[in-house]
Design a protein around this ligand. Sequence first.
Ligand SMILES: [Zn+2]
Length: 180
Amino acid sequence: VATVITHALVGVSLATAAPAAARGPRLVLALAALSVLPDADVIGFQLGIPYGHPLGHRGFTHSLLFSLGAGLAVARSGFGGLAPGSRDFRRVAGLLVLATVSHGVLDAFTDAGRGIGFFIPFDNARIFFPWRPLVTSPLEARAFLDGRATSILANEALWVWLPLGVVLLGLRLGRGRRND
Ligand SMILES: [Zn+2]
């Protein structure tokens, strides 16, 4: 994992691409929740599921298929007010899927643990990107708070928050120019 804060930040930033009809607290909450949802799989450790198992940590819940299912389910249950099949609905559904996918993508940039099972159940390989600048955040809150919190957040600020901020600012400036 990257930290919950960084996962949620990336998810929520997708709201900037949402259609006006869907913007608001509900969308922000849904994006944040979906961007951290894949780590619900840590419960597997309690259930005795090994890390490397397809249902283990960074396994199925981090896959593209799971992201598709979770994003579409939340779109249908939470944004049914948008006409199904309409452009707005498809756009919101796409952003919700992307928020879930963003979790595994961030994890694949981390420096420890196992790779991400993006293609489970079709292929159980665990995948990392070749370049992994992010420090893996410990799974337990206590271990995180015990000392490494500051350095982990500083690392994520450099490699995630800063680039994200630049992209969002760029989009805003681009939009402002178009509206001139
Ligand atoms: Zn994760």
